[in-house]
Design a protein around this ligand. Structure first.
Ligand code: SAM
Length: 304
């Protein structure tokens, strides 16, 4: 299998054809499969279209019946179900922050091929900002324009690399720091150098007024290579040529949840398995588990 995700490619390829951008297709394929399950936790009718439109993923499965070993496949079974669960949990968090929490600005950091602006029922007056690298957003535009898709909230794309100074770009695009916002960093932080992650949270804190909320995903593993032989990593590399461990930044991670608490945010930290139990479906722990260190963190900046 051709390696779509070599470390150099991370910076050389700006779109979805390789480097870190191809991981957006991986999640889209997982969402396509989830969509077609009878017990889907989330449905995304656009996901399949992205997968089919990109040369890198055109031959990947988008339904479980196209996977020869079905649910037993570590990539399209367990890992895809993980993405389906994550999508649902963040859908619920973002929607409740908008409807009950009053946030009308939604910022998707590393948005990839996320179609929440099109799929979810946002309160009127909502704006969804999608930040990702230019080539990823260009591909997304091309596919959505071809489908004549119309968003269910105002949608603003902000093409910029999150290792750069993205605050100016977001504010120039209309983000208003004095109004409540809800943020997500889903499947993003482990690709960033630690300093970029620390800066990211400092900036989110500065841009967030009281009542704002944030959800993000971290990996707590001290040594990511501990699970390099896990079925999840090896199947992803062998079946679709994405070596996630080459794409992840393997430097020691900052304690971002702790940093937010120091700044006065209330945070709660969950394993994905907590939500598997809640929803009655999703991945469960296993031996040599590449998901063992994954945590989903939910934070709110309390009102005085
Ligand atoms: N959040 C989306 C989802 O869950 O469907 C996409 C997740 S995908 C695994 C990771 C995304 O992060 C990709 O779209 C990639 O382009 C983006 N990303 C990674 N590093 C980035 C950076 N330095 N700046 C902007 N986006 C980045």
């Amino acid at each position: 299998m051709k390696d779509l995700a070599d470390a150099e490619g991370t910076d050389r390829v700006d779109g979805v054809d390789g480097g870190v951008g191809v991981t957006a297709l991986l999640v889209a394929a997982a969402r396509a499969i989830e969509t077609h399950r009878h017990d889907a936790l989330a449905r995304d009718e656009y996901a399949e279209q992205f997968v089919r439109a990109a040369p890198a993923s055109a031959g990947w499965p988008v339904r479980m019946r196209q996977v020869p070993d079905g649910d037993a496949n570590p990539l399209w079974g367990r890992f895809a179900r993980y993405f389906g669960l994550r999508t649902r949990v963040l859908d619920d968090f973002l929607l409740s922050s908008a409807h009950s929490g009053g946030a009308r600005q939604v910022v998707l950091l590393g948005a990839g091929l996320d179609t929440r602006a099109f799929r979810l029922d946002w309160p009127s007056g909502s704006v969804v900002f999608e930040i990702d690298r230019k080539g990823v957003l260009a591909f997304k535009h091309q596919v959505l324009d071809g489908l004549s898709a119309s968003p269910r909230a105002a949608r603003v794309t902000v093409p910029i690399d999150l290792r750069e100074d993205w605050v100016g770009a977001l504010c120039d695009a209309g983000f208003e720091p004095t109004a409540p916002s809800v943020w997500s960093a889903e499947g993003l932080l482990f690709y960033l150098p630690p300093a970029a992650e620390t800066n990211l949270f400092e900036r989110i804190d500065r841009l967030s007024t009281e009542g704002s909320a944030l959800a993000f995903e971290v990996k707590l593993d001290r040594d990511l290579l501990e699970h390099r032989d896990s079925p999840l990593y090896t199947a992803t590399a062998e079946q679709i040529g994405i070596d996630l461990l080459k794409l992840f930044d393997r430097n020691p991670r900052p304690d971002s949840a702790g940093a937010l608490m120091d700044k006065g945010w209330s945070t709660s930290v969950h394993t994905p398995y907590d939500f598997t139990l809640l929803h009655g479906r999703g991945p469960l722990p296993e031996e040599n588990d590449a998901l063992a260190g994954n945590r989903w963190v939910f934070a709110t900046k309390p009102r005085p």
